[in-house]
Design a protein around this ligand. Structure first.
Ligand SMILES: [Zn+2]
Length: 192
């Protein structure tokens, strides 16, 4: 089932997510719905707060990046198959030079801005079977995980912009909260 994506300005996007356990109700169905919702909106990641649940869960699927011809063959192959279900993650370290990438967010349609993040990330988490993993990622895979991780900490990519950029975007962000935007997937707006 495709779920409505929660728009910028909704309080749930600002909550620090709670850890979950195996008993979390209908977890399998929730994950399956989140996947469908993400694919439908052509996203590369979706965090639980974006469908209204302040829990520590996000999904990632970078396959839409795999046809980016600015990337080398090896990176493309990796991104084509990089799909993760991440539960109760903890960032172990972030290293390497900060680099800019033009980010967007399904909760903040039609806004794309350069965001600086570290090149490499090491993260510990459990998957949908509560099996433990520790992974070191770099480049775009790290980027998407860093963006989604921020969501479960109540942080949005627009928080990371300069105060000048934030001022410029203020009106646009208000309009998103009011639903005054063109978007071709289902959303739920706080001020509509
Ligand atoms: Zn996002």
């Amino acid at each position: 089932m495709i779920l409505p994506i929660i728009a910028y300005g909704t309080p749930v996007l600002r909550k620090v997510g709670l850890a979950i356990d195996k008993e979390y109700p209908n977890l399998e169905e929730l994950i399956s719905n989140m996947k469908e919702t993400m694919v439908n909106a052509r996203g590369v990641g979706l965090a639980a707060p974006q469908i209204g649940k302040a829990i520590r869960l996000f999904i990632v699927d970078t396959s839409p990046f795999s046809d980016n011809d600015e990337l080398d063959e090896e990176d493309r192959k990796f991104l084509e198959t990089f799909k993760r279900i991440v539960i109760n993650p903890k960032i172990i370290s972030e290293e390497g030079d900060e680099w800019a990438f033009n980010e967007g967010c399904l909760s903040i349609p039609n806004i794309n801005e350069d965001v600086f993040r570290n090149e490499t990330l090491t993260i510990a988490y459990v998957d949908e079977n509560f099996k433990e993993h520790t992974e070191t990622l770099s480049g775009l895979a790290a980027r998407v995980v860093q963006h989604e991780y921020d969501h479960i900490e109540g942080i949005l990519f627009t928080d990371k912009l300069s105060s000048l950029k934030k001022r410029i975007l203020k009106k646009k962000l208000e309009n998103i909260s009011k639903g005054k935007i063109d978007v071709d997937y289902r959303m739920k707006f706080p001020k509509k």
